[in-house]
Design a protein around this ligand. Structure first.
Ligand code: PLP
Length: 388
């Protein structure tokens, strides 16, 4: 087999060259960013440069960035009743999320189970804004957590419209932009959100680094997950992951510069891939196709196909794709995202996700198509056999 075709970028992206270089440089630094000697100050400069780079990706201020160990941890840090603003010191009384969120948000964070409600989505996977409005009307001081783009379907949520409703109801909005960052423009002010989560490994940084970013300095998280030293303004104790943070910053800077060009190229290849999918199997369903989607993601199913069999079939042809949600790949469970979109269990169990990235080429798409032509032919032969 000549090389591999990696089409599982929503699970994780390869390290960008810029991130690898920053990582290696930071690994060679001896100092602790909290030390006041020259070595410490050099390490501190690396952290603060990365903070600026990560902030720039969402057009935020560097002082509002808190580095964490992952997107998951950033979501956990954000989802607490103990968020104060200049105007509201009392704890948040409810967490409202959508039915298609990442498992970390669906867990409810530090809210008691009974204080968490899930808002329905439409058949394309977009949050039902009327239902959000109704739920907000029943709360006093809600925290709302929505993803900007879905990890399985790539569907982009109407976050700016949701933000208006949330703020009109006296609520705060947290946005999980883990899949959206680097793929579509993420401007913290234009989105109208109060808090944003990012993860390094989806944008070409290393795994195991994330960030929670505030829109304003008057938003105070009173309930850190990790206490100890005063790192990250007391919000996340522990000596900073200097190489990881440096590489996150470099990846964010590279992603910011290349985003428009990369997104255009990915969209063209993704559209070609979808045309080929339908050509080889006209019954193939592409989920969320009627909504705005990330330029790199296709979640599709073919009636009668088993996702695991398809993923193994693609793998044998040298193509890496995934079934169901990336973060829970390996678990044979129908996706909660497709269930929330009203997709039947059997069709949901046949869903395969293909996600492209900045180094995906036309040859990768051709290889995917050739593998799919074989799989689709085997599927229709099997189905003809069953019908006979
Ligand atoms: N949020 C979304 C939408 C994701 O897709 C993921 C991971 O796939 C996460 C959060 C978690 O990020 P991390 O892997 O950094 O914990």
């Amino acid at each position: 087999m000549v090389g591999r075709t990696y089409l599982d970028w929503n699970a994780t992206a390869p390290l960008r060259a810029e991130a690898g270089a920053a990582l290696a440089e930071a690994l060679a630094l001896p100092g602790n960013p909290s030390s006041i000697h020259a070595e410490g100050r050099a390490a501190r400069r690396v952290v603060e440069t990365a903070r600026e780079q990560v902030a720039a990706l969402v057009h935020a201020r560097a002082s509002e960035v808190t580095f964490t160990s992952s997107g998951t941890e950033a979501n956990m840090l954000a989802l607490t009743p103990a968020i104060e603003t200049a105007a509201e010191k009392r704890p948040r009384d409810r967490l409202l999320t959508s039915a298609v969120e990442h498992a970390s948000v669906r867990s409810g964070g530090r809210f008691p189970r009974e204080a968490v409600s899930e808002i329905a989505v439409d058949a394309e996977g977009r949050i039902d804004l009327a239902a959000l409005g109704e739920a907000l009307a029943k709360t006093q001081r809600p925290l709302v957590s929505l993803m900007l783009a879905n990890n399985e379907t790539g569907v982009v949520e109407p976050v700016a419209a949701a933000a208006e409703l949330v703020h009109a109801a006296g609520g705060l909005l947290h946005v999980d932009a883990v899949q959206a960052a680097g793929r579509i423009d993420c401007d913290i002010a234009a989105l109208g959100t109060d808090l944003v989560t990012l993860s390094a490994h989806k944008i070409g940084g290393p795994k195991g680094v994330g960030a929670l970013i505030r829109a304003r300095e008057d938003i105070h998280l009173r309930d850190p997950l990790i206490r100890g030293g005063g790192q990250e303004r007391g919000l996340r104790a522990g000596t900073e992951n200097l190489p990881g943070i440096a590489a996150f910053g470099a990846a964010a800077a590279a992603a910011g510069i290349a985003r428009a060009a990369e997104a255009g190229a990915m969209r063209e290849l993704r559209d070609r891939l979808e045309a080929g999918l339908r050509e080889a199997c006209p019954r193939a369903v592409i989920f969320g196709a009627g909504a705005e989607r990330l330029p790199n993601t296709t979640l599709f199913a073919a009636p009668g196909m088993k996702a695991e069999t398809a993923v193994i079939g693609f793998d044998l042809e040298g193509v890496a794709v995934s079934s169901g949600a990336a973060c829970s790949s390996g678990k044979v469970q129908p996706s909660h995202v497709l269930a929330a979109m009203g997709v039947s269990g059997p069709l949901a169990r046949s869903a395969v996700r293909v996600s492209l990235g900045w180094s995906t080429t036309a040859a990768d798409i051709e290889r995917f198509q050739n593998a799919w032509i074989k799989l689709a032919a085997a599927l229709s032969k099997e189905q003809r056999g069953m019908a006979a």
